[in-house]
Design a protein around this ligand. Structure first.
Ligand SMILES: *Cc1c(COP(=O)(O)O)cnc(C)c1O
Length: 416
């Protein structure tokens, strides 16, 4: 069998690493070095030409090791492994999800350009778009999951900047409501406004579902982004990010990363490689647990407006998008606790096993209240429009025994 026919989970322990280059060590050592010795001066020159994007790579040529801001074995092995899940040509990992996102936005947008983005996006992304990009003279339009294709086209046409559309940026499933955005629809919209001298790039933040069960690149995305802090890292013990795409776009992303210097340390890469070995078993267990917890919540009298992808109305447009884009219900749930903010607080304060903390995708279950925590900075009208109410809680399901999770949630709901 050819190795490229194997499934990603079979390759996560070995792909991209040659033990014979490291004393036979079965596991990649941690390469704590800032710089690498060139065999010859000619070789050093050739490596730099590629790293700075000064010429195209020859067919068989590989970028050699130069300096750990540009490349490092731990960084490169990790990137090769991440490519397998998303079937991408290339990957660039970053020191955080936000550095991955901000680098992509800065590389593909210039002053005067128009960015169209889905709402809500992650709070940090929202701030970057509406403050940092705005100060740089980049025009922005947000659309909500409820907008149709023709309504989004109308927003762009009425903006007076349609000739400057350069990027459509979407986050799907949306945090914390699990609203879905149709990636193929966004691609069609982008194509409609594309001109010879103005490409429209489509970027998708796939953090919320994680890399196993959806493949935005296969639906037309040019770039897929992750906070690797979440499912990919999966143990709530590191901060990291990743961007994947074809060689052409990734070359641009990597060159900007070289000059912003926001690559992760070898140690973070090493931890992420350890995490990738168990990504599939963790996420599958998390999704199974989420199904059990969702079944319990669905029947509970103090639970309202349960958002879980396993319970979409089969006749809805959302369900059609879900079937096309995803192969699992994932492990993220949100729901309203009957009553007001103070009732939600009581529920949260009484949980014992489920920890009250932001972030998601880790081995432990975490819960938080978006309106008062992660989404506190959002415009109140927008919160209302997308259903982020004062008693909506967001639950990230971990790998505990589902009966223990349910018992904990049940006793905490009983005090509401
Ligand atoms: C956490 C998160 C981010 C930001 O990632 P960091 O690793 O915290 O910088 C971006 N997008 C989504 C959807 C997230 O959940």
């Amino acid at each position: 069998m050819k190795s490229n026919k194997m499934r990603p989970e079979s390759l996560m322990m070995t792909h991209g690493y040659k033990p014979e280059l490291s004393e036979g060590s079965v596991k990649p050592p941690l390469f704590l070095t800032s710089t690498f010795a060139f065999k010859t001066a000619e070789e050093g020159k050739a490596f730099f030409e590629l790293a700075y994007g000064l010429r195209e790579k020859d067919q068989a040529e590989e970028l050699g090791l130069i300096y750990s801001r540009i490349n490092n074995p731990n960084l490169e092995i990790l990137e090769e492994r991440l490519c397998l899940w998303d079937k991408a040509d290339q990957c660039a990992v970053f020191e955080s999800g936000m550095s991955a996102i901000s680098t992509v936005l800065l590389e593909f947008l210039k002053p005067g350009d128009l960015l169209v983005y889905s709402m809500p996006v992650y709070g940090g992304t929202n701030h970057f778009i509406n403050h940092v990009l705005k100060d740089l003279g980049i025009h922005t339009i947000g659309f909500s999951p409820k907008h149709s294709e023709s309504e989004i086209i109308e927003l762009i046409e009425n903006s007076g900047k349609k000739d400057k559309l350069s990027m459509i940026y979407v986050e799907t499933p949306a945090n914390p409501t699990n609203d879905l955005i149709d990636i193929e629809m966004c691609k069609t919209i982008g194509n409609k406004f594309e001109k010879e001298d103005q490409q429209v790039f489509l970027a998708v933040d796939n953090t919320y579902m994680g890399p196993l069960w959806s493949s935005p690149l296969s639906h037309g995305a040019d770039l897929v982004l992750y906070s690797a802090t979440k499912y990919i890292g999966g143990h709530s013990d590191l901060i990291a990010g990743a961007v994947l795409g074809n060689s052409e776009v990734m070359q641009r992303v990597k060159v900007l990363r070289t000059f912003l210097g926001n690559m992760p340390s070898p140690h973070t890469c090493w931890l992420l490689m350890r995490s990738l070995e168990t990504l599939k078993v963790r996420m599958e267990q998390q999704a199974r647990n989420a199904q059990e917890v969702a079944n319990f919540l669905k029947e509970h009298p103090k639970v309202k407006n349960l958002n879980y992808l396993g319970f979409l109305d089969k006749s809805s447009k959302n369900y059609e998008v879900f079937k096309r884009q995803y192969t699992s219900n994932g492990a993220m749930i949100s729901f309203e606790v009957e009553g007001k903010e103070s009732d939600a607080f009581r529920f949260l304060n009484h949980l014992k096993l489920v920890k009250l903390a932001v972030s998601l995708g880790g081995t432990e279950s975490l819960i938080q209240l978006p309106a008062s925590m992660t989404h506190i900075g959002l415009d109140p009208a927008l919160k209302q429009q997308i259903g982020i109410t004062e008693s909506l809680v967001r639950l990230s399901i971990g790998i505990e025994h589902h009966e223990d999770l349910i018992a904990d949630i049940e006793q905490a709901l009983s005090v509401v």
